[in-house]
Ligand binder design. Structure first.
Ligand SMILES: Nc1ncnc2c1ncn2[C@@H]1O[C@H](COP(=O)(O)OP(=O)(O)OP(=O)(O)O)[C@@H](O)[C@H]1O
Length: 308
Protein backbone atom coordinates (compact mmCIF):
# COMPACT_ATOMS: atom_id res chain seq x y z
CA UNK A 1 0.00 0.00 0.00
CA UNK A 2 1.45 3.46 -0.85
CA UNK A 3 2.04 5.84 2.02
CA UNK A 4 0.41 9.25 2.47
CA UNK A 5 2.99 10.21 5.11
CA UNK A 6 6.55 9.04 5.79
CA UNK A 7 8.52 10.38 8.74
CA UNK A 8 12.13 9.42 9.45
CA UNK A 9 14.03 10.39 12.58
CA UNK A 10 11.98 13.56 13.15
CA UNK A 11 13.06 15.61 16.16
CA UNK A 12 11.73 18.93 17.46
CA UNK A 13 12.87 20.88 20.55
CA UNK A 14 11.40 23.92 22.25
CA UNK A 15 14.45 25.20 24.10
CA UNK A 16 15.41 22.32 26.39
CA UNK A 17 12.14 20.44 25.87
CA UNK A 18 12.43 17.60 23.39
CA UNK A 19 8.80 17.58 22.18
CA UNK A 20 9.39 15.07 19.36
CA UNK A 21 12.23 12.61 19.83
CA UNK A 22 13.58 10.76 16.78
CA UNK A 23 10.22 9.58 15.44
CA UNK A 24 9.88 7.37 12.35
CA UNK A 25 6.62 5.95 11.00
CA UNK A 26 4.34 5.80 7.97
CA UNK A 27 0.65 6.49 7.45
CA UNK A 28 -0.86 4.35 4.68
CA UNK A 29 -3.04 5.80 1.99
CA UNK A 30 -6.73 5.36 2.77
CA UNK A 31 -6.52 4.62 6.50
CA UNK A 32 -7.70 6.40 9.62
CA UNK A 33 -4.50 6.76 11.61
CA UNK A 34 -4.69 7.95 15.22
CA UNK A 35 -2.16 9.27 17.73
CA UNK A 36 -3.00 8.92 21.39
CA UNK A 37 -0.98 9.81 24.44
CA UNK A 38 -1.05 11.95 27.56
CA UNK A 39 -1.00 15.76 27.64
CA UNK A 40 2.31 17.13 26.46
CA UNK A 41 3.37 13.85 24.79
CA UNK A 42 4.20 15.71 21.57
CA UNK A 43 1.23 14.78 19.37
CA UNK A 44 0.33 18.28 18.23
CA UNK A 45 3.96 19.22 17.60
CA UNK A 46 4.49 16.11 15.47
CA UNK A 47 1.26 16.75 13.57
CA UNK A 48 2.30 20.35 12.94
CA UNK A 49 5.72 19.25 11.65
CA UNK A 50 3.93 16.97 9.17
CA UNK A 51 1.48 19.71 8.18
CA UNK A 52 4.39 22.05 7.50
CA UNK A 53 3.16 24.51 10.13
CA UNK A 54 6.19 23.95 12.32
CA UNK A 55 9.86 23.54 11.37
CA UNK A 56 11.43 20.27 12.51
CA UNK A 57 15.00 20.31 13.85
CA UNK A 58 16.13 17.11 12.15
CA UNK A 59 14.76 14.21 10.13
CA UNK A 60 12.69 13.95 6.96
CA UNK A 61 8.95 14.24 6.39
CA UNK A 62 7.21 13.29 3.16
CA UNK A 63 3.55 13.96 2.45
CA UNK A 64 2.59 12.26 -0.81
CA UNK A 65 6.33 12.21 -1.50
CA UNK A 66 6.74 15.97 -0.92
CA UNK A 67 8.52 17.85 1.86
CA UNK A 68 5.91 20.03 3.60
CA UNK A 69 8.57 22.61 4.53
CA UNK A 70 9.87 23.05 0.99
CA UNK A 71 6.88 22.23 -1.22
CA UNK A 72 4.49 24.27 0.87
CA UNK A 73 1.97 25.23 -1.81
CA UNK A 74 1.75 21.73 -3.34
CA UNK A 75 1.28 20.09 0.07
CA UNK A 76 -1.40 22.67 1.03
CA UNK A 77 -3.33 21.87 -2.15
CA UNK A 78 -3.48 18.17 -1.29
CA UNK A 79 -4.03 18.29 2.46
CA UNK A 80 -6.73 19.65 4.76
CA UNK A 81 -6.09 21.01 8.25
CA UNK A 82 -8.80 21.40 10.87
CA UNK A 83 -8.66 24.88 12.34
CA UNK A 84 -9.34 25.73 15.96
CA UNK A 85 -12.51 27.84 16.36
CA UNK A 86 -10.49 30.81 17.63
CA UNK A 87 -8.92 31.07 14.17
CA UNK A 88 -12.17 32.29 12.54
CA UNK A 89 -13.23 35.93 12.38
CA UNK A 90 -16.29 36.79 14.51
CA UNK A 91 -19.78 36.98 13.04
CA UNK A 92 -19.15 34.95 9.92
CA UNK A 93 -21.92 32.88 8.40
CA UNK A 94 -21.22 29.26 7.50
CA UNK A 95 -21.60 29.87 3.74
CA UNK A 96 -19.42 33.01 3.82
CA UNK A 97 -16.70 31.15 5.68
CA UNK A 98 -16.69 28.29 3.18
CA UNK A 99 -16.68 30.74 0.26
CA UNK A 100 -13.69 32.53 1.75
CA UNK A 101 -11.69 29.35 2.28
CA UNK A 102 -12.66 27.95 -1.16
CA UNK A 103 -11.04 31.04 -2.73
CA UNK A 104 -7.62 29.95 -1.38
CA UNK A 105 -7.51 26.84 -3.58
CA UNK A 106 -7.25 26.02 -7.26
CA UNK A 107 -9.87 23.26 -7.32
CA UNK A 108 -12.23 23.76 -4.38
CA UNK A 109 -15.10 21.39 -3.61
CA UNK A 110 -18.71 22.50 -4.07
CA UNK A 111 -19.31 23.58 -0.48
CA UNK A 112 -23.08 23.17 -0.68
CA UNK A 113 -22.53 19.47 -1.43
CA UNK A 114 -20.04 19.31 1.45
CA UNK A 115 -22.58 20.82 3.86
CA UNK A 116 -25.14 18.30 2.75
CA UNK A 117 -22.65 15.41 3.13
CA UNK A 118 -21.88 16.59 6.66
CA UNK A 119 -25.52 16.88 7.70
CA UNK A 120 -25.52 20.70 7.67
CA UNK A 121 -28.24 21.30 5.06
CA UNK A 122 -29.92 24.63 5.65
CA UNK A 123 -27.07 26.02 7.82
CA UNK A 124 -25.34 28.15 5.15
CA UNK A 125 -26.92 31.35 6.50
CA UNK A 126 -26.34 30.57 10.19
CA UNK A 127 -23.59 32.31 12.12
CA UNK A 128 -20.80 29.84 12.99
CA UNK A 129 -20.75 30.96 16.63
CA UNK A 130 -24.49 30.26 16.99
CA UNK A 131 -24.17 26.58 16.03
CA UNK A 132 -24.06 23.71 18.54
CA UNK A 133 -20.61 22.29 19.38
CA UNK A 134 -21.17 19.27 17.12
CA UNK A 135 -22.41 21.40 14.22
CA UNK A 136 -19.46 23.77 14.59
CA UNK A 137 -17.04 20.85 14.46
CA UNK A 138 -18.74 19.74 11.21
CA UNK A 139 -18.12 23.21 9.79
CA UNK A 140 -14.44 22.86 10.70
CA UNK A 141 -14.40 19.47 8.99
CA UNK A 142 -16.06 21.05 5.92
CA UNK A 143 -13.32 23.72 5.91
CA UNK A 144 -10.65 21.02 6.11
CA UNK A 145 -12.25 19.25 3.13
CA UNK A 146 -12.86 22.37 1.00
CA UNK A 147 -9.88 21.61 -1.29
CA UNK A 148 -10.82 17.93 -1.88
CA UNK A 149 -7.69 16.80 0.01
CA UNK A 150 -6.16 13.35 -0.22
CA UNK A 151 -5.16 13.64 3.45
CA UNK A 152 -6.89 15.45 6.30
CA UNK A 153 -5.49 16.32 9.76
CA UNK A 154 -7.93 16.39 12.69
CA UNK A 155 -6.55 17.46 16.08
CA UNK A 156 -8.74 16.46 19.04
CA UNK A 157 -11.82 16.80 16.92
CA UNK A 158 -14.34 15.61 19.48
CA UNK A 159 -12.97 17.19 22.67
CA UNK A 160 -15.79 19.07 24.40
CA UNK A 161 -18.59 17.27 22.56
CA UNK A 162 -21.34 15.24 24.23
CA UNK A 163 -21.24 11.47 23.61
CA UNK A 164 -24.01 11.55 21.01
CA UNK A 165 -22.32 14.28 18.92
CA UNK A 166 -19.05 12.37 19.25
CA UNK A 167 -20.62 9.23 17.77
CA UNK A 168 -22.08 11.29 14.91
CA UNK A 169 -18.65 12.82 14.20
CA UNK A 170 -17.11 9.31 14.12
CA UNK A 171 -19.55 8.45 11.31
CA UNK A 172 -18.45 11.58 9.46
CA UNK A 173 -14.78 10.61 9.82
CA UNK A 174 -15.45 7.06 8.55
CA UNK A 175 -17.33 8.55 5.63
CA UNK A 176 -14.31 10.73 4.80
CA UNK A 177 -12.05 7.65 4.82
CA UNK A 178 -14.54 5.66 2.74
CA UNK A 179 -14.56 8.52 0.22
CA UNK A 180 -10.82 7.90 -0.31
CA UNK A 181 -9.27 10.56 1.95
CA UNK A 182 -6.61 9.45 4.44
CA UNK A 183 -7.32 10.67 7.97
CA UNK A 184 -4.58 11.53 10.49
CA UNK A 185 -6.02 12.41 13.89
CA UNK A 186 -5.07 12.93 17.52
CA UNK A 187 -7.37 12.12 20.39
CA UNK A 188 -7.49 11.98 24.16
CA UNK A 189 -10.25 9.40 24.07
CA UNK A 190 -9.26 5.78 24.23
CA UNK A 191 -12.64 4.60 22.96
CA UNK A 192 -12.35 7.00 20.02
CA UNK A 193 -9.07 5.40 18.96
CA UNK A 194 -10.50 1.91 19.58
CA UNK A 195 -13.65 2.49 17.56
CA UNK A 196 -12.44 4.71 14.79
CA UNK A 197 -8.80 4.13 13.91
CA UNK A 198 -7.46 1.50 11.53
CA UNK A 199 -4.05 1.89 13.21
CA UNK A 200 -2.97 3.70 16.34
CA UNK A 201 0.36 5.17 17.44
CA UNK A 202 0.81 5.53 21.20
CA UNK A 203 2.96 8.59 21.89
CA UNK A 204 4.78 9.24 25.16
CA UNK A 205 7.57 11.73 25.94
CA UNK A 206 7.96 12.61 22.26
CA UNK A 207 8.38 8.98 21.11
CA UNK A 208 6.08 6.47 19.46
CA UNK A 209 6.13 3.62 21.98
CA UNK A 210 3.82 1.33 19.97
CA UNK A 211 2.07 1.37 16.60
CA UNK A 212 -0.38 -1.20 15.23
CA UNK A 213 -4.06 -2.03 14.90
CA UNK A 214 -5.91 -1.77 18.20
CA UNK A 215 -6.52 -5.53 18.22
CA UNK A 216 -2.80 -6.27 17.72
CA UNK A 217 -1.75 -3.74 20.36
CA UNK A 218 -4.08 -5.32 22.89
CA UNK A 219 -3.06 -8.87 21.93
CA UNK A 220 0.62 -7.90 22.24
CA UNK A 221 0.42 -7.31 25.99
CA UNK A 222 -1.47 -10.51 26.84
CA UNK A 223 -3.55 -8.57 29.37
CA UNK A 224 -6.29 -10.12 31.46
CA UNK A 225 -10.02 -10.00 30.71
CA UNK A 226 -12.48 -10.05 33.62
CA UNK A 227 -15.92 -11.61 33.95
CA UNK A 228 -17.93 -10.46 36.96
CA UNK A 229 -21.27 -11.90 38.14
CA UNK A 230 -23.41 -12.63 41.19
CA UNK A 231 -24.80 -16.07 42.03
CA UNK A 232 -27.58 -17.09 44.39
CA UNK A 233 -25.82 -19.93 46.24
CA UNK A 234 -22.25 -21.20 46.45
CA UNK A 235 -20.22 -20.16 43.39
CA UNK A 236 -18.33 -22.94 41.57
CA UNK A 237 -14.94 -21.38 42.39
CA UNK A 238 -12.92 -24.61 42.13
CA UNK A 239 -14.40 -25.52 38.74
CA UNK A 240 -13.76 -22.01 37.46
CA UNK A 241 -10.12 -22.16 38.61
CA UNK A 242 -9.64 -25.27 36.45
CA UNK A 243 -10.77 -23.53 33.25
CA UNK A 244 -7.82 -23.07 30.90
CA UNK A 245 -6.76 -19.41 30.75
CA UNK A 246 -8.22 -18.55 34.17
CA UNK A 247 -5.57 -16.87 36.31
CA UNK A 248 -7.55 -15.90 39.41
CA UNK A 249 -11.05 -16.19 40.90
CA UNK A 250 -12.24 -13.77 43.59
CA UNK A 251 -15.40 -14.40 45.58
CA UNK A 252 -16.84 -11.80 47.97
CA UNK A 253 -20.28 -12.78 49.31
CA UNK A 254 -21.45 -14.30 46.02
CA UNK A 255 -20.05 -11.51 43.79
CA UNK A 256 -17.47 -13.35 41.70
CA UNK A 257 -14.67 -11.93 39.53
CA UNK A 258 -12.93 -14.34 37.15
CA UNK A 259 -9.65 -13.11 35.64
CA UNK A 260 -8.10 -14.76 32.62
CA UNK A 261 -6.43 -14.53 29.21
CA UNK A 262 -6.74 -16.15 25.81
CA UNK A 263 -9.33 -16.46 23.05
CA UNK A 264 -11.40 -19.17 24.71
CA UNK A 265 -11.42 -17.74 28.23
CA UNK A 266 -14.82 -16.07 28.04
CA UNK A 267 -16.51 -18.92 26.22
CA UNK A 268 -15.17 -21.57 28.64
CA UNK A 269 -16.24 -19.61 31.74
CA UNK A 270 -19.74 -19.21 30.23
CA UNK A 271 -19.87 -22.91 29.60
CA UNK A 272 -19.15 -23.69 33.30
CA UNK A 273 -21.82 -21.20 34.37
CA UNK A 274 -24.44 -22.64 32.04
CA UNK A 275 -23.75 -26.12 33.53
CA UNK A 276 -24.46 -25.17 37.13
CA UNK A 277 -27.93 -25.15 38.59
CA UNK A 278 -27.70 -21.65 40.10
CA UNK A 279 -29.19 -18.29 39.21
CA UNK A 280 -26.40 -16.09 37.67
CA UNK A 281 -27.13 -12.34 37.71
CA UNK A 282 -25.58 -8.96 36.81
CA UNK A 283 -22.94 -10.41 34.54
CA UNK A 284 -20.32 -8.01 33.14
CA UNK A 285 -17.36 -8.66 30.93
CA UNK A 286 -14.39 -6.27 30.76
CA UNK A 287 -11.91 -6.61 27.94
CA UNK A 288 -8.39 -5.15 28.01
CA UNK A 289 -8.22 -1.75 26.33
CA UNK A 290 -5.66 0.68 24.94
CA UNK A 291 -5.44 2.06 28.47
CA UNK A 292 -4.03 -1.33 29.56
CA UNK A 293 -1.59 -1.24 26.63
CA UNK A 294 -0.33 2.18 27.73
CA UNK A 295 -0.03 1.01 31.32
CA UNK A 296 1.88 -2.12 30.27
CA UNK A 297 4.27 -0.12 28.08
CA UNK A 298 4.94 2.85 30.35
CA UNK A 299 3.93 1.76 33.86
CA UNK A 300 1.63 4.81 34.06
CA UNK A 301 -2.06 5.54 33.52
CA UNK A 302 -2.66 7.49 30.33
CA UNK A 303 -5.53 9.37 31.96
CA UNK A 304 -3.36 10.78 34.73
CA UNK A 305 -3.59 14.54 34.49
CA UNK A 306 -6.01 14.40 31.55
CA UNK A 307 -8.84 16.88 31.16
CA UNK A 308 -12.23 15.34 31.91
N1 LIG B 1 5.08 26.66 21.37
C1 LIG B 1 5.67 25.99 22.36
N2 LIG B 1 6.70 26.52 23.05
C2 LIG B 1 7.33 25.85 24.03
N3 LIG B 1 6.97 24.58 24.41
C3 LIG B 1 5.95 24.00 23.77
C4 LIG B 1 5.25 24.68 22.72
N4 LIG B 1 4.27 23.85 22.26
C5 LIG B 1 4.37 22.71 22.99
N5 LIG B 1 5.37 22.80 23.91
C6 LIG B 1 5.81 21.75 24.84
O1 LIG B 1 6.18 20.63 24.06
C7 LIG B 1 5.71 19.40 24.63
C8 LIG B 1 4.78 18.71 23.65
O2 LIG B 1 3.59 19.48 23.50
P1 LIG B 1 2.43 19.10 22.47
O3 LIG B 1 1.42 20.20 22.50
O4 LIG B 1 3.03 18.76 21.16
O5 LIG B 1 1.85 17.77 23.13
P2 LIG B 1 0.43 17.08 22.93
O6 LIG B 1 0.70 15.61 23.01
O7 LIG B 1 -0.22 17.58 21.69
O8 LIG B 1 -0.35 17.56 24.21
P3 LIG B 1 -1.94 17.78 24.38
O9 LIG B 1 -2.53 16.42 24.33
O10 LIG B 1 -2.03 18.38 25.73
O11 LIG B 1 -2.38 18.68 23.28
C9 LIG B 1 5.05 19.80 25.94
O12 LIG B 1 6.03 19.68 26.95
C10 LIG B 1 4.68 21.26 25.73
O13 LIG B 1 4.67 21.95 26.97
Amino acid sequence: MPDAIRCSNVTKHYGDIRAVDDVSFEVHDGEIFGMIGPNGAGKTTLMECIEGLRTRDTGTVEVFGMDPEREVRQVRERTGVQLQSAALPHRMKVGETLDLFAAFYQNPADWRQLLSRLGLDGKADSYVEKLSGGQRQRVFIALALINNPGLVFLDELTTGLDPQSRLAIWDVVRDIRDGGTTVFLTTHFMEEAENLCDRVAIVDHGKIVALDTVANLIASIDAESRITFTVDGTPPVDRLKEVSGVTRVENASGRVVVHGTGNRFQQDVMSVLSDIDLNVRDMRSEQPSLEDVFLALTGREMREGQPT
